[in-house]
Design a protein around this ligand. Structure first.
Ligand code: FES
Ligand code: FES
Length: 159
């Protein structure tokens, strides 16, 4: 079947099998391998992307279900010049170790800060409850998110 959707601002039209997942579409059809292939059962959050601004696990979403919708992946963040505030805060806080969970974590954080620019620590932890990390113990991730929220607010206040 033929689908048409926008990914990271670009329009794509492709023929896909009805059972192709959004995760496979992004990685294997579009070559956007930043979105990670983890449990494939909706449990780890490694494949989290934004669908019309809301976080979804791409392994449980069919590509044909995203017809006419807007997908944002980790490749859609930042600019040619540099990282966005969330990516930069993950780096500066040591919030990525093996990095496998990081793209999904960051997409969940982008969704959180999009709806709640100044979250409490409890809200940060709640928003990341669907993203599993085997390396960091989460504290550095939470620190990174709180810093990113501050940095983004400062950047917005200054613009
Ligand atoms: S790979 Fe999708 S939630 Fe784990
Ligand atoms: S940094 Fe390794 S799984 Fe999170």
């Amino acid at each position: 079947m033929r689908i048409e959707l926008r990914v990271n601002g670009d329009m794509y039209r492709r023929e896909v099998e009805p059972d192709l997942t959004l995760l496979s579409f992004l990685r294997d059809v579009l070559g956007l391998t930043g979105t990670k292939w983890g449990c494939l059962t909706g449990d780890c959050g490694a494949c989290t992307v934004l669908l019309d601004g809301e976080p979804v696990v791409a392994c449980l979403q069919l590509a044909c279900q995203v017809q006419d919708r807007e997908v944002t992946t980790i490749e859609g963040l930042g600019t040619e010049e540099g990282l966005d505030e969330v990516q930069a805060a993950f780096v500066s806080n040591g919030a990525a170790q093996c990095g496998f969970c990081t793209p999904g974590m960051i997409m969940s954080v982008e969704a959180l800060l999009g709806s709640n620019p100044s979250p409490s620590e409890a809200q940060v932890r709640e928003s990341l409850s669907g993203n599993l990390c085997r390396c960091t113990g989460y504290n550095k991730i939470v620190d990174a998110v709180l810093q990113a929220a501050q940095d983004r607010q400062m950047a917005n206040d200054g613009s």
